[in-house]
Design a protein around this ligand. Sequence first.
Ligand SMILES: [Zn+2]
Length: 203
Amino acid sequence: MQSPKVKKLVTLLSRLPGVGEKTAARYVLYLLTTDAEIARDLGAELATLHEELRPCARCGNIAEVVPGEPAAVCTICRDDRRDGKLLCIVGRVHDLQAIERTGAMRGRYFVLGRLLSPLEGIGPEDLPLPRLLTRIRDEGITEVIVATPPSVDGEATALLLKRELAPAGVKMTRIASGVPHGGDLEYADPITMGRALAGRQTL
Ligand SMILES: [Zn+2]
């Protein structure tokens, strides 16, 4: 018989991706038997997660909320050493992180948040294309790297971007197929990802 509190914690933890009930129960036991500070720190950080972190107003990456500032802007967007003329378009924040791990991207990013998916009923109007176009024009971006995953939806999104961004007159490239087809950028190792970025081809 489990205590109601343990049960509740196991249920909550097992909602996380990749965590089943067994793993969740192990986490609860670990937190109970180890230094109490770990559980307290974890709880405190989780409690303020949504207040202190927001999507970056410029690119959609994770950004820290600065008290007194109306919009959250991420560290990449604030970094003046980045090439402001080069923009890498990704589907999700996970993909941005996978590319950042290569250390090969000198420009900044734009996170779409979702991919074009006719099967799931996600059409062009569901993507933030007007915001993307405004950013390209306002910042004088000259090269766009499309780094959507090599899946059916990722390819469809790349083609849509090619069409929609054509009037902006920017150089457009697509990351090379170093990443396995249908694969997730998130799981590509930094070397493969770095090669895919270096070997990008005209879209
Ligand atoms: Zn940003």
